[in-house]
Design a protein around this ligand. Structure first.
Ligand code: C2G
Length: 159
């Protein structure tokens, strides 16, 4: 078997690489019920995607919503489908309890945790794990408001 000879180590100074430094992909995560999926949710995802390369959205299960004292009109499966169909969203995971966030951040190598302004300061403890940002809500639209309109509409009254 012929021995492969190593080329001699060159003493010439190495030319600095011309390749642009590889930018690490920024991974973000956010949490919510996303019932009656609306423009407020889409605006939030769009603004998060302006700050990251990969967006994971944790959608609250129907069981967890009961813990939150919420009853959503749309099932978990359909809410997860709607969120995943949004072009700003890369991945959907399930939210089953309040305490899973720190594990999710580790497990999914998250750099950026984002929530709407109505949660301002509520998840600051996560700042030891990643960047935490609260973005202003979209005014004038909410799942609760849409449910009320739907209910009124259902009762045949004009919206
Ligand atoms: N949101 C918004 N603008 C609106 C309505 C909602 O930016 N007009 C944002 C909220 O601030 C939140 C997200 O959309 O960050 C999802 O809102 P909800 O579906 O109401 O979520 P919530 O039930 O508050 O669940 O562990 C956290 C919980 O899962 C949050």
């Amino acid at each position: 078997m012929s021995m492969i000879s190593e080329p001699p180590l060159s003493s010439a100074p190495r030319r600095p690489s011309t390749r642009p430094p590889v930018k690490k992909a920024v991974r973000a995560i956010t949490y919510g019920t996303y019932d009656m999926f609306h423009v407020g949710h889409v605006n939030l995802f769009r603004r998060i995607k302006e700050r990251c390369d990969y967006l994971i959205v944790a959608v609250s299960s129907d069981e967890f919503n009961a813990v939150k004292g919420k009853k959503s009109m749309i099932s978990f499966e359909d809410r997860a489908l709607l969120v995943r169909a949004c072009r700003y969203v890369d991945e959907v995971i399930r939210e089953d309890d309040w305490a899973q966030k720190a594990d999710d951040i580790e497990k999914h190598s998250i750099d950026l945790f984002v929530m709407g302004g109505d949660w301002e300061g509520r998840f600051d403890e996560l700042k030891s794990l990643c960047e935490v940002v609260y973005l202003p809500r979209t005014e004038g639209v909410s799942s609760t408001q849409l449910k009320e309109i739907a209910a009124r509409h259902g009762r045949g009254k004009q919206p």
